[in-house]
Design a protein around this ligand. Structure first.
Ligand SMILES: [Zn+2]
Length: 303
């Protein structure tokens, strides 16, 4: 089973030939999730050979253009190519209006079912779960309602300690109960404790997404101990004042959040097109937190 994140766009504001605007594809145990959908994201899917027809869920952080302008085009293409599977779109208030008004005016959308989940401003909590993952949202500090997301694997079953189990000479019919943590009484009246014949489940992994946001430590409890954190770093330290005025973060600030939240790895992104490369972002962030990555579009991170 796999859990990985592909960066489809790591740029801010305007798509360029070298970087798309914010979009990330998350594959969590064959659940396919897109986070944000900047303009031309459907081309990024094609470029990096990721299949967009398999998307189950789209998470939208906020309604700034560089995070949503790709959505009408992507949905229109999905429809033209014959999609019939339902799609769930989770985002801030007015995400439904944003899309349906466009469909109304261009008269194109009569396709597959879309279920919208609109999040109330300042809400934090679970917005989706099934038997293999859960998605939580939390508020970020930006100029309009903006939601961060955390995708967590569900805790699996305990794992069988084969040698101990065989030693107990218990019928295999009891395996499932033991793996679920139940102690059992076998056919001969003998009590076998789950702990004695199983190992604890594998630890769950979590991916947290924070874009766009000003530096704000109130986000830390929501992302604490994540295995992988994406935090926007639009600017370098020299532009700290501009970052705070526009409710964005610097690389140093993103690294500070990663350090305080005790995450394992940090990805930066939403880079302003004013920078020719990300050398300065890496230098400033890695002085505070490591490992830190400034990905090119198409880079994949395995959890
Ligand atoms: Zn924004």
């Amino acid at each position: 089973m796999s859990f990985d994140v592909t960066i489809l766009g790591a740029g801010a504001a305007v798509p360029t030939l070298s970087r798309g605007t914010t979009a990330q594809f998350v594959n969590c145990h064959q659940r396919h999730i897109l986070i944000d959908c900047g303009e031309a994201t459907q081309l990024q899917f094609r470029k990096f050979k990721v299949k967009f027809q398999k998307l189950d869920i789209i998470l939208i952080s906020h309604l700034h253009g560089d995070h949503v302008f790709g959505l009408p085009g992507l949905i229109s293409t999905m429809q033209l190519l014959g999609r019939d599977q339902p799609l769930r779109i989770i985002g801030p208030q007015n995400i439904k209006k944003f899309l349906t008004q466009q469909f109304e005016h261009v008269g194109i959308y009569r396709g597959f079912p879309i279920e919208f989940v609109e999040i109330e401003p300042n809400y934090s909590g679970t917005v989706f779960q099934d038997n293999c993952l859960s998605i939580d949202t939390f508020p970020l500090n930006h100029r309009i309602q903006t939601q961060g997301y955390k995708i967590s694997e569900k805790q699996g079953k305990r794992r069988l300690n084969k040698a101990a189990f065989e030693n107990e000479n218990v019928s295999v019919a009891y395996i499932n109960k033991l793996l679920e943590g139940e102690d059992i009484e076998d056919n001969d009246g003998k009590i076998v404790e789950s702990d004695a014949v199983t190992y604890p489940p594998n630890p769950i992994k979590t991916y947290a997404f924070c874009s766009d946001t000003a530096f704000d430590a109130s986000v830390i409890p929501y992302i604490k101990d994540s295995d992988l954190l994406y935090h926007e770093a639009t600017f370098i330290d020299k532009e700290a004042e501009r970052a705070s005025k526009t409710f964005h973060s610097t690389a140093k600030q993103a690294a500070t959040i990663a350090l305080k939240a005790n995450v394992k790895r940090l990805i930066l992104g939403h880079f302003s097109a004013r920078y020719r490369d990300t050398a300065q972002h890496i230098e400033e962030a890695s002085a505070i937190f490591e490992p830190v990555f400034c990905p090119d579009d198409g880079e994949r991170f395995i959890l």
